[in-house]
Design a binder for this molecule. Structure first.
Ligand code: C2E
Ligand code: CA
Ligand code: CA
Length: 389
């Protein structure tokens, strides 16, 4: 996906677009006023739009040409909204809502064609604007953040519970925002998912994680410790299903001389809606040697069905079981059974969210292979990781 993030400037009287032009983007008015006219000249103004309003979205929504001409009424600044930023939302929108929107738009088009002055388009605009504008702005910022290397990874070590030695890491992304400081992935990953922006972003995250793993592994081999360190990377179904995903991650691992067997692709159980579709992608990744890890096990609606139908190398038990290990006896029973099940299915098992020694001891006794949590290490930057290897 390509999100163009640029601001266009117009002087008073400049034409922004003409009736009949093909519509390839919309705009958010950042500064100034824009007049809409039925013909290719500044006569019989239909409407005037101002700061914060959306312009030129109609042609994008119903894939048509510009139904009006737009002129700058004074000096104007427009933020370009890429076609995909709107169409990817429409694709995922409720079909009824999409239908209603199309009917509305065609009525507005007819009215415009009939030369009827109307302000209705402003109402439609406002609905779209209020719902989408903050998100669209944030997406622009996210795109720039990626370009400016503000999306960075931190790494949280996973230890072998038998001896507490570092066995591998989970790459966790952060947005180092110049004004807002560190932004949690909870705040931007969902939005990146919505707009498919997760695809280029995920590849960059994957690339940095492989690059760092290669550095970490080299450091470890200097220390002559035999077991290669692994890297877990969170991947969403949108990424898995994107065009050429497997080929691209193969190229990245090769570039950094990483063995795919040292990469664990973490897929969150709650995100896997259609396991039949996910199966094809998972099987492909496995056949190229990547390891697959089922994240947040126990929180989704069909965890056991996923295990039945799909082949994972690792199960990651959700933090909620670890957090309640001492307060709720049922947690312990479930952990025990999940661990036994994982062993019998030849899967390794990771417990995450370990915050105290007692929990770590209990999990070790249960036979859980790896532990991850603040008790051992918090997520750290690469320089800090080098120090603890
Ligand atoms: P997750 O994959 O379940 O990651 C574990 C989260 O638990 C991380 O939060 C981690 O910092 C936190 N954590 C680790 N140990 C402890 C502990 O002992 N106590 C507590 N309370 N929390 C602990 P983080 O880094 O904020 O990530 C949140 C979620 O964002 C991740 O959950 C994952 O679903 C998503 N995410 C993060 N990075 C990426 C990414 O690069 N791609 C994708 N698709 N999703 C990501
Ligand atoms: Ca994870
Ligand atoms: Ca998790």
């Amino acid at each position: 996906m390509s999100i163009r993030t640029h601001v266009l400037k117009f002087d008073k009287g400049d034409k922004i677009f003409s009736v009949g032009d093909s519509a390839n983007c919309a705009y958010i008015i950042e500064q100034g006023r824009v007049g809409l006219y039925p013909l290719n000249r500044q006569d019989d103004r239909i409407a005037e739009l101002g700061k914060g309003e959306l312009l030129g979205e109609m042609g994008i929504i119903n894939n048509g040409n510009r139904s009006v001409s737009a002129f700058a009424e004074n000096s104007v600044e427009l933020l370009v909204v890429d076609r995909e930023q709107i169409t990817s939302r429409l694709k995922n929108a409720d079909p009824i809502l999409r239908g209603v929107l199309e009917v509305l738009l065609s009525r507005i088009r007819n009215m415009l064609g009939g030369d009827t002055p109307t302000n209705n388009n402003r109402e439609v605009n406002n609905t779209i604007v209020t719902n989408g504008m903050t998100k669209i702005r944030f997406e622009h910022e996210m795109f720039e953040a990626l370009e400016n290397d503000e999306i960075v990874n931190v790494y949280q070590p996973m230890v072998n519970l038998s001896d507490n030695a570092v066995a591998g890491f989970e790459a966790l992304s952060r947005w180092k925002h110049p004004e807002k400081g560190m932004i949690s992935p909870f705040e931007f990953i969902t939005l990146a998912e919505e707009s498919d922006f997760i695809v280029p972003m995920g590849l960059k995250i994957f690339d940095s994680a492989c690059k760092q793993l290669s550095i970490f592994q080299n450091k470890r081999s200097q220390l002559r410790q035999s077991q290669p360190l692994f890297m877990s990377i969170n991947v969403s179904p949108t990424q898995l299903s994107s065009n050429g995903f497997l080929e691209k991650i193969m190229v990245i691992t090769r570039e950094h001389k990483i063995n795919p067997a040292d990469i664990k692709i973490e897929i969150t159980e709650s995100l896997m809606v259609d396991y039949k579709q996910v199966k094809t992608w998972i099987d492909e990744c496995s056949s190229f040697g990547f390891k697959l890890s089922l994240d947040d096990f126990g929180t989704g609606h069909s965890g056991f069905e996923h295990l039945l139908q799909l082949d994972f190398d690792t199960i990651k038990i959700d933090q909620v079981f670890v957090k309640t290990i001492e307060s709720n006896p049922k947690s312990l029973i479930m952990l025990e059974l999940i661990t036994q099940m994982a062993k019998r299915m030849n899967m390794s098992i990771v417990a995450e969210g370990i915050e105290d020694e007692n929990s770590a001891q209990i999990l070790k006794k249960l036979g859980v292979d790896y532990g991850q949590g603040y008790y051992f290490y918090k997520p750290m930057n690469a320089i800090e990781i080098i120090k603890i290897i």
